[in-house]
Design a protein around this ligand. Structure first.
Ligand code: OGA
Ligand code: NI
Length: 374
C-alpha cells in the first residue's frame, strides 16, 4: 500500500515528538508514579499501546484452566514425595512453562516484608529515589521506568528497581536503605530455592540432579522490584508487554492485586495470587537446553485502575556479568537429551548474546527463540 507524503511526514513528525516526549519523561526521573502523583487523568501518548496488541488473544473466561500449583513439602526428606513432585513439575514445564509453588520454605513474613520493602522504595522521598535513577547497565543497583523505554513502540505503566545480586553482589551500602536488609535476606532464601528448583528441573528432564547447577544456571541472579501504579486509562496500556523471559528460570513474588497473565492454548489466563505462594516460570534458555521439551511462555501484566501492585522477580541468568566465564559459556540443547529422533533444534549461544537481542529491540512480543533455530 502506498502511503501519501502527508502521512509519511506526519509519521516522521509524530516519531520525532515521541522521542522528545520520551526524553522529557525520562529526564524528569519521576517515573510513572510521579505522573500519577501529579494527578494525570489521561495517560501520556508514549504509553498508549496499539489496541490490537492489547486484545491480541481472548482472555480465558472461566477457571477451567489455571496454572498448576506445586507443593514442595517433603522434597528433601521423602523420596516418594520427591518423585511425585518431579512428575508434576515436569508436566507443568511441558504444558504451561509456569507454576505456583507452595511449601517452598520461604516464610510468609519474609515474602510480605519483601513486597513492603519494594513499596517503600518506590514511595520514598523522590529526591532520594532519584539518586538511583540510571540506564547504565554497569551500575549494580538502579531504578527507572521501562528498561526498554527508547526501544519499544509503547511504554508500559510501571517503574522498577534493579539489582544485579549474583555472582558479584553490590556492597550492602549500595542497596537502597529502605529495603536493604529484607532484600539481602530474601535473596538468600530465593537463591536456595533456585538451587532446589534447578535440581528438580534437572531430574524432570531425566538428568543428574546437579546437571543444571553444574552448567552454571544458578550462578547469576538479577533482582527486579516492580511498582505498577493505578492507571487512569487501564484499557489503553499494559503494565508489562507480552514477552517471554530470556534467562533460565524466574522466581516471582506478587502481591494480592493480580494482573499477571500467561498465554496458554491461545488464551490469556490469569495467574491468580495465592497467599504465600511464589510463581515460577522457565526462560528461553531452558527451552533451548531442553530442546523444546520444556516451554518458556509468553506472559504480560495488564494495567488496572487500582494499585499500586508490587512484584519482585529473581531472574536466574548471567546476562549482566560482562567478561565473566559464565557470560561467555555456550548454552545449547543438552547432549544427553538428543537422539536420532530428537535432533537439536537450536544453535548454541552465550547468555550475553541471547539477552542482547532483547535489549536492542525491547519487549515487543516476539520471542528471541526464532533467531537461534538451526
Ligand atoms: C517480568 C515479569 C511479571 C510481574 O518482570 O519479566 O514478567 O508480575 N513480571 O511483574
Ligand atoms: Ni517476565
Amino acid at each position: 500500500m502506498a502511503i501519501s507524503l502527508d502521512n509519511f511526514e506526519a509519521e516522521i513528525e509524530s516519531n520525532y515528538d515521541r522521542k522528545s516526549e520520551l526524553k522529557s519523561f525520562d529526564d524528569s526521573k519521576i517515573g510513572v508514579k510521579g505522573l500519577v502523583d501529579a494527578g494525570v487523568a489521561k495517560i501520556p501518548r508514549i504509553f498508549i499501546h496499539d489496541h490490537s496488541k492489547i486484545s491480541d488473544k481472548p482472555c480465558a473466561r472461566n477457571n477451567k484452566h489455571s496454572i498448576p500449583i506445586i507443593d514442595l513439602g517433603g522434597v528433601h526428606t521423602d523420596a516418594s514425595r520427591r518423585r511425585q513432585t518431579i512428575d508434576q513439575l515436569g508436566e507443568a514445564c511441558q504444558k504451561w512453562g509456569f507454576f505456583q509453588l507452595i511449601s517452598h520454605g520461604i516464610p510468609a513474613h519474609v515474602l510480605d516484608g519483601m513486597v513492603d520493602g519494594i513499596l517503600q522504595f518506590h514511595e520514598q522521598d523522590i529526591e532520594v529515589k532519584k539518586q538511583f535513577f540510571s540506564r547504565d547497565e554497569k551500575r549494580k543497583v538502579s531504578y527507572n521506568s521501562n528498561f526498554d523505554l527508547y526501544q519499544t513502540k509503547a511504554a508500559s505503566w510501571r517503574d522498577s528497581l534493579y539489582c544485579a545480586m549474583s555472582p558479584n553482589p553490590p556492597s550492602p551500602e549500595e542497596l537502597p536503605a529502605v529495603c536493604r536488609d529484607i532484600t539481602i535476606h530474601y535473596l538468600k532464601k530465593a537463591t536456595n530455592l533456585g538451587l532446589t528448583l534447578f535440581e528438580l528441573v534437572s531430574e524432570a528432564l531425566g538428568l543428574d540432579p546437579n546437571h543444571l547447577k553444574n552448567l552454571g544456571c544458578a550462578e547469576g541472579i538479577f533482582f527486579v522490584g516492580h511498582y505498577y501504579p493505578a492507571c487512569p486509562e487501564p484499557g489503553m496500556t499494559l503494565g508489562i508487554s507480552k514477552h517471554s523471559d530470556s534467562g533460565f528460570l524466574t522466581i516471582l513474588l506478587q502481591d494480592r492485586l493480580g494482573g499477571l497473565q500467561v498465554l496458554h492454548e491461545d488464551q490469556w489466563v490469569d495467574v491468580t495470587p495465592v497467599p504465600g505462594a511464589l510463581v515460577v516460570n522457565l526462560g528461553d534458555l531452558l527451552q533451548i537446553m531442553s530442546n523444546d521439551k520444556f516451554k518458556s511462555v509468553y506472559h504480560r501484566v495488564i494495567a488496572k485502575n487500582v494499585g499500586p501492585r508490587i512484584s519482585v522477580a529473581c531472574f536466574f541468568g548471567t546476562h549482566f556479568e560482562q567478561g565473566t566465564s559464565s557470560s561467555s559459556r555456550l548454552y545449547g540443547p543438552i547432549k544427553q537429551l538428543l537422539s536420532k529422533d530428537n535432533p537439536p533444534i537450536y544453535k548454541e549461544t552465550t547468555v550475553r548474546d541471547y539477552v542482547a537481542q532483547v535489549y536492542t529491540k525491547g519487549l515487543d512480543g516476539i520471542t528471541g527463540l526464532e533467531y537461534f533455530k538451526l
